[in-house]
Design a protein around this ligand. Structure first.
Ligand code: AMP
Length: 379
């Protein structure tokens, strides 16, 4: 009996556990809150990620460990990796935790990125602003997610406000200034690399965000197929360079037919949830296969799929359940503003059928604004 340990007990851990059940796997989840939603399906160890006693108990009960969120302290990942196999490796996790380290790596690998500069002081901000120009975005290097820890600088006059908002973070987590990309689309490639180096990727996905949080994803993205090959190549080179094992997402901006890398998410990713029903093998199943050294499953798509995120509260399930390709995922979380509480995936064999389904669901739930950009992309 193999037990997979997961650091972090949110919906990603929950979906990993659900996906691993048919493989006969057991799971143990560690989280710092007792009501983490993966705990509804897997035993939990509750404690601070930095607490050695909790980590030691976790390590003693698992055969292999992985993550459901990237902000596990790097020292804790390192400590664990000296006791049990940990995938992705702590070095890869550390790179992905730091926007400066990941952008530097992208650049080294000749993966295009917006201009960027490390910022530790107000003087450096002024110097970088002169160099990069406006508009641009000041971000925390670490611990930012879903658009948090960011300040958009529209004109040089905003520099003071940006420093007031984030300057205090400079000495704690570091800052990075990035040139603003006037992109037409946001895309992601979700990919997986096995312990033996086998590499696969799912088709490019287009993503729409509201207030910095993913709202909808469409796969395959309706783009020139050459872009899919470029994204595949970037993801493969990236994974090889840091000996990455498991699933990850590379978030990309598409500007005038060119792809620029935004960030590397070192885990199963929200833009890959559609793979549960829309692909031969889901990202969750393939992540488990990768960390266990099992053969990877095919990442082929079955038709087209759109994922809609439910933020704050769950809508009525019935309109989605009535759709021929409608699939419902309630994470069993308490509703709270801004919280990802569930998602739904619509799968269909053609763009027309997917659009028609989206129109019906959008109308029935009063969520026309959420489905509209996806329908427009499918036209
Ligand atoms: P991030 O946390 O880096 O994924 O940023 C959250 C969202 O902010 C992204 O999905 C983009 O919509 C936007 N964003 C981040 N960085 C940039 C950038 N350099 N240029 C334009 N938009 C950006």
């Amino acid at each position: 009996m193999t037990t997979v340990g997961i650091l972090g007990g949110g919906q990603l851990a929950r979906m990993l556990a659900l996906s691993g059940a048919p493989l006969g796997l057991r799971f143990l989840v560690m989280d710092n809150v007792a009501d983490a939603c993966a705990g509804q399906f897997a035993p939990m160890v509750v404690g601070d990620y930095r607490d050695e006693a909790t980590l030691a108990e976790f390590a003693s009960r698992v055969d292999v460990a992985t993550f459901d969120f990237e902000n596990v302290p790097a020292e804790s990942a390192q400590w664990l990796s000296e006791r049990v196999p940990v995938f992705p490796n702590p070095g890869a996790l550390a790179t992905a935790q730091d926007r400066l380290a990941e952008k530097t790596l992208f650049r080294e690998l000749n993966i295009p990125v917006p201009p960027f500069a490390a910022i530790d002081t107000r003087e450096q901000l002024d110097a970088a602003l002169a160099e990069i120009g406006t508009p641009c975005i000041l971000k925390t290097r670490r611990l930012g997610y879903d658009g948090k820890g960011q300040f958009r600088i529209k004109t040089p006059a905003d520099a003071g406000a940006a420093w007031d908002a984030l300057g205090a973070q400079a000495s704690k987590v570091g800052l990075i200034l990035e040139g603003f990309v006037h992109f037409q689309r946001e895309l992601s490639v979700v990919a997986v690399r096995g312990r033996d180096g086998e590499f696969r990727a799912w088709p490019l996905t287009e993503n729409w965000h509201v207030d910095g949080v993913l709202s909808a994803s469409l796969a395959p993205a309706v783009v020139d197929s050459a872009l899919g090959e470029i994204a595949y190549d970037y993801a493969r080179r990236l994974a090889e360079s840091i000996d990455y094992v498991g699933v990850f997402a590379l978030e990309l901006f598409c500007r005038d037919g060119e792809l620029l890398a935004n960030e590397l998410a070192p885990r199963v990713h929200n833009s890959g949830h559609w793979t549960i029903e829309g692909s031969e093998t889901s990202q969750f199943q393939n992540h488990l296969r990768a960390v266990l050294g099992l053969p990877l499953g095919d990442t082929r798509m079955v038709g087209r799929a759109c994922m809609l995120n439910w933020i704050g509260e769950m809508p009525d399930a019935l309109p989605m359940l009535r759709e021929p390709g409608g699939h419902w995922h309630d994470y069993g979380k308490q509703p709270r503003e801004g919280r990802k509480v569930g998602h739904a995936t619509l799968r269909a064999d053609s763009a027309e059928a997917l659009s028609a389904s989206l129109e019906r669901v959008g109308e029935a739930l009063g969520r026309q604004a959420q489905v509209a950009p996806v329908i427009a992309a499918l036209r």
